[in-house]
Design a protein around this ligand. Structure first.
Ligand code: ADP
Ligand code: MG
Length: 265
């Protein structure tokens, strides 16, 4: 025993490393054996994390080009994957009359959206919760947003000077390997949970495609670790799988944190 355990750990972590899996050590392996719950972050883990703009719905008084330009002006300064996709689409449509303006007082609000000023106008862009908390009424787009969200798309709301300018929908595709990974884990007797800051309707559609039933949605980045602790309070030994974007505290809070990353070659 005295020699067998360290040898097994060494061989195990060695084999892992050869396959691109870095294991912290024997203790993590030991704990992984006792896991009963695996929590996956949605964006970048269950999905590819590379959303594309699919729909641009302008409110009365705006053209699609206006709406896209307005959104891209502010999102051009954000690092968020949704922002990158909107900026990219605006560049693609430059010839169609979409123009990107200079933004002042830019502010990124983690897990919610961005804010900035274009000329004299105040632009707010992000989740419905975010723009509503800024006093914007988004009711005229409720029905359209519900349909888009049901199909698994993420809706980003854009407001100018406190009034809705429209919504931009984005789709992120699930990783082809996700359903199989989920079913393998379930067959091992583990409960699989998905965690995301996205809307419940969007999240549930993606979860269904991956074969996941339990969804924790609309969780702010700062609250993700709290959700892990809540599962642990239920007596669950919990692993968190994420890409390290927004979910690092949750990875740290879990019994075993698993971070997926792309090999940089
Ligand atoms: P996830 O848990 O999927 O990584 P985030 O916590 O990053 O999601 O974001 C949650 C939600 O907040 C997004 O679905 C989106 O509605 C909104 N959001 C956050 N950042 C931005 C942004 N820069 N632009 C637009 N929407 C944003
Ligand atoms: Mg994220």
């Amino acid at each position: 025993m005295g020699l067998a355990t360290p040898t097994a750990v060494m061989v195990g972590t060695g084999l892992g490393a050869e396959n691109g899996i870095l294991i912290k050590g024997g203790e993590s392996l030991e704990r992984a054996y006792h896991l009963d719950t695996i929590v996956f972050d949605k964006t970048g883990t269950i999905t590819k994390g590379e959303p594309d703009v699919t729909d641009i719905l302008a409110a009365p008084g705006y053209s699609e080009a206006d709406l896209l330009g307005l959104a891209a002006s502010v999102e051009g300064l954000s690092e968020h994957p949704l922002a990158k996709a909107i900026t990219k689409r605006a560049l693609d449509e430059k010839t169609l009359g979409t123009s990107v303006d200079t933004v002042l007082d830019f502010e990124s609000v983690s897990g919610l959206g961005s804010r900035g000023r274009v000329g004299e106008s105040k632009i707010v862009i992000g989740s419905r919760k975010f723009i509503e908390s800024e006093g914007v009424n988004a009711d005229i787009m409720n029905e359209s947003a519900a349909i888009l969200e049901k199909s698994g798309k993420t809706c980003v709301f854009v407001a100018k000077d406190g009034k809705l300018a429209g919504i931009i929908a984005l789709a992120d595709t699930i990783r082809p390997s996700a359903p199989r990974a989920v079913s393998l884990l379930k067959n091992m007797g583990l409960e699989v949970v998905m965690l995301t800051g996205d809307r419940r309707e969007t999240a549930e559609t993606i979860a269904r495609q991956a074969g996941i039933e339990r969804v924790l949605a609309e969780v702010l980045p700062g609250d993700k670790a709290g959700e892990i602790r809540r599962l642990q309070l239920e007596g669950r030994v919990t692993a968190m799988v994420g890409d390290g974007i927004n979910d690092a505290p949750a990875l740290a809070a879990s019994d075993v944190g698993m971070q997926s990353g792309r090999a940089r070659t």
